[in-house]
Design a protein around this ligand. Structure first.
Ligand code: SF4
Length: 382
């Protein structure tokens, strides 16, 4: 059991030690901070875009996406006016398309209720879809220097070490302690934006998870975890995720022109708004012929037409939230030519489907596993 060094008077975060921490962090950042495109602006809209893109995605990957996105949608109204498909096209490759959809929804709200000017009050920003507590703090402190705390993966680890915090960081108690500290470290008057950025940068570049570079850390003389040599134990290792295994079947259906049948995921499904091959759950059907039977039934129920399922194509594994999914794809054709109104009838019932040639399919905003299926088809010379 690690003793909490904070119990010792020596490590208490007095105002003198906090002020020293700010000074050292900011001095270090001025010399060592990376020159990133979103650090050259104080436009809250641009900072918002960067923050959403940076969720779950590496900085180097985000840079070209961020630049392209702002070139196409320089103002929030440009984003609000774009179609969701256009937004998805700019997002293709970043994954987690829910972020793009929420950006688009939030831009429409800003356009309609804030006259296209990105809000700068905590209350207004927090109401926008897809913007959590960290993102509000980041936008407002970076763009307008408001005294707003931030806790994300890098600062969370850094603060846990500066507090010598031994508990699981996911607990409510830990989150309260981290957010309280995040607020404490901010200066009373101006300078919160630069302090937040400096601490994030130290967390990301120096106080890394596996091998913190304590000798080069500007905060080392203030750090109880360094003094105790307990970097490997703080933060406490995360509890392993428990996954549920699922099996799904995807149907690669082509018509006699060689076009593929694709469907758009509806608002209440995962990957809402993105396109997918017709896909159904077959978790309880271990036997291949039973899985095919189930797929035929499900297809005819949903698409109101029968399908003939042929040979198995490839199998891939992917994870979505707490699910591990084995996806088996099959070659398929419709059993007979559907009525002319078939697509329109399905559309009227809320199921958006399209027949697409290979070129159209290559440009479609699809979810990540459908993207892997699409690549497999193109690789095999569709
Ligand atoms: S001294 Fe080491 S453990 Fe402490 S904040 Fe710096 S890098 Fe992290």
């Amino acid at each position: 059991m690690i003793e909490r060094a904070m119990d010792s008077k020596e490590w208490e975060w007095t105002s003198r030690r906090l002020s020293l921490l700010r000074k050292r962090a900011v001095e270090w950042f001025h010399v060592n901070g990376r020159d990133l495109p979103w650090r050259r602006t104080s436009d809250p809209y641009a900072i918002w875009i960067s923050e959403i893109m940076l969720q779950q995605t590496q900085v180097a990957t985000v840079i070209p996406y961020y630049q392209r996105f702002l070139k196409s949608f320089p103002k929030v109204n440009d984003l609000a006016k774009a179609s969701l498909d256009e937004v998805y096209q700019h997002w293709a490759g970043l994954g987690y398309y829910r972020r793009a959809r929420q950006l688009h929804d939030a831009a429409k709200i800003v356009s309609e209720t804030h006259s296209g000017i990105f809000p700068t009050s905590h209350q207004d920003v927090s109401k926008l879809p897809g913007i959590g507590r960290y993102t509000v703090g980041a936008i407002l402190s970076f763009a307008t220097d408001q005294r707003q705390p931030i806790v994300e993966a890098n600062t969370q680890r850094l603060y846990a070490r500066l507090l010598h915090w031994p508990e699981d960081l996911a607990s409510k108690n830990s989150q309260n302690a981290l957010w309280t500290f995040a607020e404490q470290v901010l200066p009373a008057k101006s300078g919160s934006g630069i302090v937040n950025q400096s601490l994030m940068e130290i967390g990301s570049q120096i106080c890394t998870a596996k091998s913190p570079n304590c000798m080069a850390c500007p905060l080392n003389s203030l750090c109880p975890t360094f003094a105790n040599g307990s970097q490997a134990m703080i933060p406490a290792p995360k509890k392993p995720k428990i996954y549920t295994e699922l099996k799904e079947g995807a149907l690669i259906i082509r018509d006699d022109r060689g076009c593929f049948l694709m469907r758009r995921c509806s608002a209440d499904e995962r990957w809402a708004g993105l396109w997918d091959f017709p896909r159904f759950d077959v978790t309880d059907h271990a036997n291949p012929s039973s899985a095919k039977r189930k797929l035929r039934q499900e297809f005819s129920k949903k698409f109101q037409h029968d399908v003939l399922i042929g040979r198995e194509l490839n199998q891939l594994k992917h994870a979505v939230t707490r699910y591990r999914i084995t996806l088996q794809s099959y070659e398929a054709i419709l059993e007979s030519t559907p009525p002319k109104k078939w697509v329109a009838d399905l559309m009227a019932q809320g199921l958006e489907v399209r027949w697409l040639n290979a070129e159209e399919l290559s440009e479609l905003a699809v979810n990540s596993s459908a993207n892997r299926l699409r690549k497999m088809l193109f690789k095999n010379g569709v």
